[in-house]
Write a protein that binds this ligand. Structure first.
Ligand SMILES: *Cc1c(COP(=O)(O)O)cnc(C)c1O
Length: 339
């Protein structure tokens, strides 16, 4: 396929991932990941499907991208070890892959990353560096360490191999339900959306791909509005995995999201919590805040659903248990839990 076909800008000089790259990523990672179930639900009106990346190993889809990148490391790169910056799930995926490959991993995180996510990363044997109170401050720390210690940086989203790895979700959706007409994708740095949209729009150009972000950290939405990557101030959110900027020097995910995304929806904290409660009480699914955003957007009435199938990407389940239980007890759409 023509690599430049899907993107309007800079495609000549940048090697944007294409369908062939996503297929190659699928071959690399296939033996190590779950082809996750795509299931129907009767808890919502319309022909709604859930793509259960909550059941991916490490509890989130990030393992796809991390393995896609790390299975390409040379022997020399493996000796140097890897370093990354993460809101939690990518760091866990990188640590898991590093343990599997027998290499050293360092994960830089901000003070906003929940303790349960830090503990999981420590449990996989990675070195943890806590720096600052935003994902961007942690990113600067990682950059410094890359220069200082000559480690190999594994980016959380802005990398062709990471994007191709996340895109394998799109291949699986097309394999399981080619009739899918709309996909709702949690959106932060845009690696997940870029990959899925690239795979699905290559296979089925008319498909709609809608990004869902938290209003607390709408870095991609603001950047698209401004026509270039912009910095935003980050506020704590129940969708902690959607925190952080997109990088002022963003090379791939900004252009891909801008060119491939049909719409973006921002949600309040209450709307996201209502989505989490819906998934738990109506479907028996534990989803972290980020993963509940597609369902949250549906129940908030922010998505037009038609007769054709709509798939929600439930991107992960890594939420602190006590925090989860508190949210389930709060009143809301499923109020009266405490009475
Ligand atoms: C990282 C993450 C996202 C967002 O992915 P991006 O590629 O940064 O847009 C969504 N949900 C979960 C659970 C994540 O860990």
């Amino acid at each position: 396929m023509n690599k430049d076909a899907l993107f309007s800008s800079d495609s000549v000089i940048r090697d944007f991932p294409a369908l062939s790259d996503i297929r190659a990523a699928q071959e690399r990672i296939d033996a190590y990941i779950n082809h996750t179930p795509l299931v129907t639900t009767d808890s919502l009106p319309g022909d709604i499907f859930y793509k259960l990346e909550t059941w991916q190993k490490t509890g989130a889809f990030k393992l796809r991208g991390a393995l896609s990148r790390m299975l390409k490391l040379s022997g020399e790169e493996k000796k140097r070890g890897v370093i990354t910056v993460s809101t939690g799930n990518h760091g866990r995926a990188v640590s898991y892959a590093a343990q599997m490959l027998g290499i050293k991993a360092t994960v830089c995180m901000s003070g906003l990353v929940p303790e349960n996510k830090r503990a999981a990363i420590a449990g996989l044997g990675a070195d943890i560096v806590i720096a600052g109170n935003s994902q961007d401050e942690a990113a600067i720390k990682a950059e410094n360490l890359v220069a200082e210690k000559n480690m190999v940086f594994v980016p959380p989203f802005d990398d062709p191999d990471i994007i191709a790895g996340q895109g394998t979700i799109g291949l699986e959706i097309y394999e399981d339900l080619p009739e899918t007409a709309t996909v709702l994708v949690p959106l932060s740095g845009g690696g997940l959306l870029s990959g899925i949209a690239c795979a699905l729009k290559s296979l089925k150009p008319g498909i709609r791909v809608i990004g869902i972000s938290t209003a607390q950290s709408p870095a991609m939405a603001k950047s698209i509005e401004s026509g270039r990557p912009v910095e935003i101030s980050e506020h704590e959110s129940i969708a902690d995995s959607l925190g952080g900027g997109i990088g002022l020097d963003n090379r791939y995910s900004f252009a891909m999201v801008r060119d491939l995304m049909d719409d973006v929806i921002l949600l309040s904290e209450e709307e996201i919590k209502a989505g989490m409660r819906h998934l738990f009480f109506e479907d028996g699914i534990v989803a972290e805040g980020a993963a509940a955003t597609p369902v949250a957007a549906l129940i908030a009435g922010k998505i037009k659903t038609g007769a054709a199938p709509l798939a929600c990407i439930l991107s992960g389940r890594n939420i602190d248990r006590q925090h989860f239980l508190r949210i389930m007890r709060e009143s809301g759409r499923h109020g009266n839990q405490e009475e």
